[in-house]
Design a protein. Structure first.
Lengths: 385, 258
């Protein structure tokens, strides 16, 4: 399928693939095994200007949009979903700054993010708040020129490794979700520490940690947008980031499909390569079809966002849900095509299956996103009547 | 510190063809920077980053070879020059070193000339030593590490069979490098974008003041008489028995040969 990439997008995609194949492929299994954060690869990505892709030119970026970001995430994920998410989570942390940051805040943080000097992260989830964002308990009370933070964020991607965090807090708990606010918190702020690093099923080279705030004083000028808009910031951020999760899913699935096709052509049973058996052929054909359908949906959602559309919650959710369900299915089938070998850690597909699972869970579970899609359907029906 | 890096465009490894008439390598289809030259370019850029100055990359080849120079710009070369003239076609190493020496003496001040240890199409490894001879500067081949550059000297480690030899040479000097010297970087996106728009200057024989009789097929004394493929080893013999007796048998065979 021809996706009409412009010259810059073609270049971005090709270079991302080169980095993935030349630098990530040789180390992915070891980083997964050791659960080691890929700092060397992050440095390579920074040197190659990959963190500039999604940042406007005025802040030392390359001015690309959601689609450009998706191309990079897809290519990195094709080789390693864990390393790709460390990159994508930086973009996630950057999105609220891009949308809601003042010019001063943008000037202060974006050039460092663009150069890869500092990683960003986004912190919403808490022990009592996931799909239900109103369960947030981390408080931020105004005192003099500061907000004083208390509370714990959970499962934060890039936690401990990133230096710039956008943290969703409650500035006025009495107001419920209208009492939430987004604050920029820098790593070395007193009172801000990290909990244990989580041990995960997949995306194991990425870092997932607790953020712990104990009387952590953050300058009032670090408020992102207005006080009370924290939940709007969150919703608008994930609306934009979900195609990125979709891109991660199609990348992982692409890697799995390629591995399955390669293996099927080389594995001889009953005197023939297993790729000559119709049962295997149909599996591969279904994998390829579903993958391409997901790719079309993810790219369309990304291009809708880049077109300047106002509301794309539905498109964005559809792309994430469809692509992540597809990735789980395609990677499971890839393990099946490889058979016993597919289950072994010497081959890459079991890792791809483990990595795929998270895409159905984070940035909105596929269940809660189906609710959103359904809600949009009902709303439209209401508007027609 | 001004560094001149010489690179060559070569056919991508898996697509090499030999011209049956002239017994030379045909350069058609997908081309790349000679892999050994990528280490030369990387080392040149590292010298610039450490000591300042600039990196000038030169290449002799057809107009299409400008694309490999574009990649050099993306990687960090400050200036590139393509030396291209129909009269250069069929030049051997002696003629190429003559062309390169002409352009280097025109560039002005330079401190170090770096080349890859050999090209992977012709594999001679002769151009760099011939070039240093023509320029009248000291030369070290198979350099695996630059130890230091200061006070008009360069000190390098040169790979030899039994280890390495440390050599100190006055500048300007020329070296060829081996792949152990570094891991070449990937081109950054901003560099790639800049390189797409860059103009690649082309210098021809006349501009270089080149004596046409000394270049091209007619100006090249080298004649390739014959190409042959190595004989394929066939069969082999499996030594039978348990590991201990296998080793005994193997040692016995080896002793006979020695």
């Amino acid at each position: 399928v021809e996706y009409f990439l412009n010259e810059q997008q073609q270049m971005v995609k090709e270079l991302a693939r080169r980095i993935a194949e030349e630098r990530i492929l040789p180390v992915r299994a070891e980083l997964d095994e050791k659960e080691e954060f890929p700092w060397e690869i992050i440095k390579e990505l920074a040197d190659a200007d990959m963190f500039r892709v999604f940042i406007p030119e005025e802040y030392e970026g390359l001015g690309g949009g959601c689609f450009d970001l998706c191309l990079v995430v897809e290519e990195l994920s094709r080789v390693c979903g864990g390393i790709a998410i460390s990159y994508a989570a930086d973009a996630l942390g950057c999105l609220p700054l891009l949308q809601f940051g003042s010019d001063e805040q943008k000037k202060k943080y974006l050039p460092d993010i663009a150069s890869g000097k500092r990683l960003a992260a986004f912190a919403l989830t808490e022990p009592t708040a996931g799909s239900d964002a109103s369960g947030i308990k981390t408080s931020a009370s105004r005192q003099d020129g500061y907000y004083v933070l208390n509370g714990t964020k959970q499962f934060i991607t890039n936690g401990g490794e990133a230096e710039i965090y956008v943290v969703i807090t409650m500035t006025d708990p009495a107001k419920g979700i209208r009492g939430g606010s987004a604050l920029i918190v820098e790593k070395d702020t007193p009172g801000f520490t990290f909990g244990k690093k989580e041990e995960k099923m997949g995306i194991r080279s990425s870092a997932t940690r607790e953020l712990v705030f104990r009387d952590c004083r953050v300058p009032a000028e670090n408020m992102l947008g207005r006080e009370g808009t924290g939940f709007i910031v969150s919703m608008k951020t994930v609306d934009r980031s979900r195609p990125g999760v979709g891109a991660q899913a199609i990348g992982i699935a692409q890697g799995a499909l390629e591995a399955a096709v390669d293996y099927a052509q080389n594995r001889i049973q009953f005197g023939h390569p297993v790729s000559s058996f119709q049962a295997v052929q149909h599996m591969l054909a279904n994998m390829a079809m579903e993958l391409e359908a997901a790719r079309v949906l993810v790219y369309s959602a990304a291009k809708t966002i880049d077109s300047g559309a106002k509301n794309f919650t539905e498109e964005s959710a559809m792309a994430k849900v469809f692509a992540s369900d597809m990735a789980m299915k395609v990677t499971t089938d890839a393990v099946q095509v490889l058979g016993g070998v597919g289950y072994m850690r010497d081959y890459p597909v079991e890792k791809m299956m483990r990595d795929a699972k998270i895409t159905q869970i984070y940035e909105g579970t596929n269940q809660v996103l189906r609710n959103e899609i359904a809600l949009a359907l009902m709303k439209r029906k209401g508007m027609r009547e | 510190m001004n560094v001149v890096v010489c690179i060559k465009q070569v056919p991508s490894t898996n697509k090499v063809k030999i011209d049956q008439q002239s017994n030379t390598v045909i350069c058609e289809g997908e081309n790349i920077i000679n892999p050994f030259d990528t280490y030369a370019l990387e080392e040149g850029i590292r010298i610039k980053e450490q000591y300042g100055g600039k990196v000038i990359v030169i290449s002799v080849g057809p107009p299409e070879a400008g694309e490999t120079l574009r990649e050099a710009i993306a990687l960090g070369a400050d200036e590139v020059i393509l030396l291209s003239d129909p009269a250069f076609e069929g030049s051997d190493t002696l003629a190429i070193s003559y062309i390169l020496s002409k352009v280097i003496s025109r560039i002005g001040e330079f401190d170090i000339v770096i080349c890859g240890k050999q090209t992977m199409d012709a594999d001679t490894g002769q151009v760099a030593p011939q070039l240093s001879e023509r320029l009248g500067i000291p030369f070290a081949s198979y350099v695996s590490k630059i130890e230091e550059i200061k006070e008009g000297y360069i000190q390098v480690q040169r790979m030899v069979d039994e280890g390495y030899r440390v050599i100190k040479m006055p500048l300007p000097a020329a070296i060829t490098v081996v792949k152990e010297i570094n891991v070449p970087r990937l081109p950054p996106l901003r560099g790639l974008m800049m390189s797409k728009k860059a103009q690649i200057p082309i210098w021809n024989a006349q501009e270089l003041g080149i004596d046409i009789d000394k270049v091209g097929s007619s100006g090249s004394p080298t004649r390739i008489i014959k190409y042959s493929y190595p004989e394929k080893a066939s069969g082999g013999e499996m030594i039978q028995g348990d590991p201990e007796s296998q080793v005994d048998q193997l040692v016995e065979r080896l002793q006979k040969i020695i």
